[in-house]
Design a protein around this ligand. Structure first.
Ligand code: WT7
Length: 637
């Protein structure tokens, strides 16, 4: 990549990294403007062309049905199944014996690979087992697993038979799991005896047992053996997966259910401004087209690529870009069980070298964490297979961007900084490889999208002014609703700025039309790119007998982006002490999961509240940062 425009490209303001001639020559899409223009003029035509690259049992009657806004529908009348396009269609081509999935264990001792043929067989076997447990089209299945190939089989097996998967991140703990199983009324839970995290075992099955004490809907639990720990198995309810695989029902043939384009594919819980996490609903048809198309254009996936999305399948990034997007594109996807630092901070670079990874997609928090260990670790390894890099989850600070660009990409690999959300299902603000980059900006909206920065009243603000980020057009992978709570869907996303989608982020647009995300404007804290709600942390704290009231805020953290800081009002009879503070931090970790462990617990006599009793986290945050408290006219006496 060059830092000067090559004459054909317009000169941009600020610090710009122009793509090299070599990158442009390689890119599938050299004329970004032409495609953007086509999509601007004919949104439905653009998406119909994308959808036509995939196979449908029956084509749609209408691309976009906006007759009942904001309950948009896509490809209505179309008959499809995302699994047909992820797997089945490749079996009739040269891709049948191409690797779909490569997996390596945390300790590097195990390596498992699956061709499209083999993946099909595994998915069919799992689908037959799930069916035999009485799971039918539309039923919800909770998947609570670590990063092993079986989590991919489980998701695809559900989709194949029309069941709706609800993956709960394996780093969450009992309260988070229980709430999500209960809300989704899952009949079946698929889990593991345990998973590995930095050499230690995470006791997934024991957490499931704890959660199921309060989840009457669950009839069966499938347990994949990974760590070999002794776990209690409840007769009639719990089944070892390897035992089920030995049964005649677990054969490799299972028809792919013919579904409606708008049939739900999955729900995925995410934190919002208030209350409990909400279940975002994604569908077979639109989500399929959106994830296929974005991965194709943005990461320029080709048959020769070895794609590595280093997220966890438990988050939307893993859903869209470990599982669905790569398989829809017939790509080879690499999945690594462990993290970047264990046992040494060269673990990822070993994998890049060993498997010849060509595209690496990760989060700023991982980059910042690795940066601290210096350049010697990556420099020990041959990273020359890499041709593109990606970033997601939070704004990437220019310092981390440049380190990633120079030390990992050797100044050859453009960085695709992709802004999107659980709700959007697919990349929304993102470059493609031929687009000039500015470190820290996701550049411009993807084809067919227009973004805008508005003020409190919903009026567009001037360039370089901070405001609220909204999206103006519907897109195929958009969430359809919040499961079980359509009113909340309308209120949360569509009422503040009528006719536009409210993202919950603040941002700026510069004079080149490039967007710069600043952060969340609601009570969502981004810890290492993971989205956590202040409300969840607070209710975990209040569930401790010593706590009367609690408030949680996010403050800047060197590596994590944001860390959780809490303020606690004790009940009568309890006294503040460092031991109690530690106990409360642990309490949150035990109930929600280690990622939610607060950085600190401060004991207070009073929390700033509005006269109607709402905690003013904004005031706590300003005080903690030594900033002015802003408008406090609603603060109670
Ligand atoms: C929020 C959504 C979608 C994948 C992972 C997160 C922040 C996401 C970026 C980026 C700046 C980003 C936003 C957004 N975010 N990607 N490239 N640059 N901020 O999904 O957990 O639903 O969180 O993550 O604040 O609203 P999520």
């Amino acid at each position: 990549m060059a830092t000067k425009a090559n004459g054909k490209v317009k000169e941009l303001e600020g610090e710009v990294y122009y793509p090299s001639e070599e990158v442009v020559a390689q890119a599938r899409l050299q004329d970004w403007e032409a495609v953007a223009e086509k999509a601007r003029k004919d949104l439905e035509g653009f998406w119909a062309d994308e959808a036509n690259e995939l196979e449908w049992f029956k084509k749609w009657d209408k691309v976009l049905d906006d007759s009942n806004k904001p309950f948009f529908k896509w490809f209505t009348g179309g008959r499809v199944n995302i699994v047909h396009n992820c797997i089945d269609r490749h079996l009739n081509s040269y891709r049948k014996n191409k690797l779909a999935l490569i997996w390596e264990s945390e300790d590097g001792k195990l390596e498992r690979t699956f061709s499209y043929h083999a993946l099909n067989r595994e998915v069919n076997r799992m689908a037959n087992i799930i069916k035999a447990m009485g799971v039918m089209k539309g039923d919800r299945v909770t998947i609570y697993m670590g990063r092993v190939p079986e989590i991919v089989f489980a998701m695809l097996a559900c989709a194949k038979i029309g069941a709706v998967h609800s993956v709960v991140f394996g780093g969450f703990s009992v309260d988070s799991l229980q709430g999500r199983i209960e809300d989704s009324e899952s009949k079946l839970v698929i889990t593991m005896d345990g998973s590995y995290n930095n050499g230690k075992v995470v006791e997934l099955k024991r957490t499931v047992d704890e959660a199921l004490k309060r989840c009457p809907s669950v009839e069966n639990v499938i347990v994949v053996k990974r760590v070999g720990h002794d776990v209690p198995m409840e007769a009639g309810r719990d089944h070892w997966y390897h035992d089920m695989l030995a049964l005649p029902i677990a054969n490799g043939k299972c028809p792919t259910e013919v579904l409606d384009a708008e049939d739900p594919l999955y729900i995925l819980y995410t934190s919002g401004s208030t209350g409990k996490p909400k279940a975002i609903v994604h569908t077979h048809g639109g989500y399929m087209v959106g994830t296929y198309s974005t991965l194709k254009y943005v990461f320029d996936i080709n048959d020769e690529d070895r794609w590595w999305c280093a997220a966890d399948p438990g988050w939307v990034t893993g859903h869209s870009y470990i599982v669905y997007g790569p398989l829809l594109n017939g790509a080879t996807s690499f999945m690594f069980e462990g993290g970047p630092m264990f046992p040494y901070p060269n673990r990822w670079w070993q994998c890049v070298e060993k498997y010849g990874i060509t595209i690496l997609y990760t989060a700023p928090t991982a980059i910042r964490g690795l940066m601290r260990f210096g350049e010697a670790w990556p420099n020990k390894h041959d990273l020359s297979s890499l041709r593109l890099l990606g970033s997601v989850g939070e704004p990437i600070n220019p310092e981390a961007w440049k380190w990633y660009y120079r030390v990992i990409g050797k100044e050859r690999c453009p960085i695709m900084d992709t802004w999107w959300q659980t709700e959007t299902g697919m990349f929304m603000i993102t470059p493609t490889p031929s687009v000039p980059l500015k470190p820290g900006s996701g550049t411009r909206p993807f084809f067919g999208q227009e973004a805008e920065i508005v003020d409190e009243q919903g009026n567009p603000v001037a360039d370089d002014q901070e405001g609220y980020l909204v999206l103006k057009n519907p897109w195929p992978a958009m969430l359809r609703t919040i499961y079980g709570d359509p009113d909340r869907y309308v209120n949360q996303y569509w009422s503040k700025n009528p006719g536009k989608y409210t993202t919950g982020d603040s941002a700026k647009r510069d004079s080149d039309g490039y967007f710069w995300i600043i952060g969340r404007v609601d009570d969502v804290i981004k810890v290492s790119g993971h989205r956590l709600g202040t409300a969840e942390v607070e209710s975990a704290l209040v569930s401790h007998p010593a706590v009367a009231e609690a408030a949680a805020i996010g403050l800047h953290h060197e590596v994590k982006g944001q860390g959780i800081h809490t303020f606690v009002l004790l009940r009568n009879g309890f006294a503040p002490s460092p031991e109690l503070a530690e106990e409360l931090r642990q309490h949150v970790a035990t109930h929600m999961g280690p990622i939610a462990r607060p950085e600190d617990v401060k004991f207070v006599d009073k929390l700033p509240k509005t006269r109607s009793g709402k905690i003013m986290r904004r005031v706590l945050k300003a005080r903690a940062q030594g900033l002015p408290e802003g408008d406090i006219s609603t603060l109670e006496e």
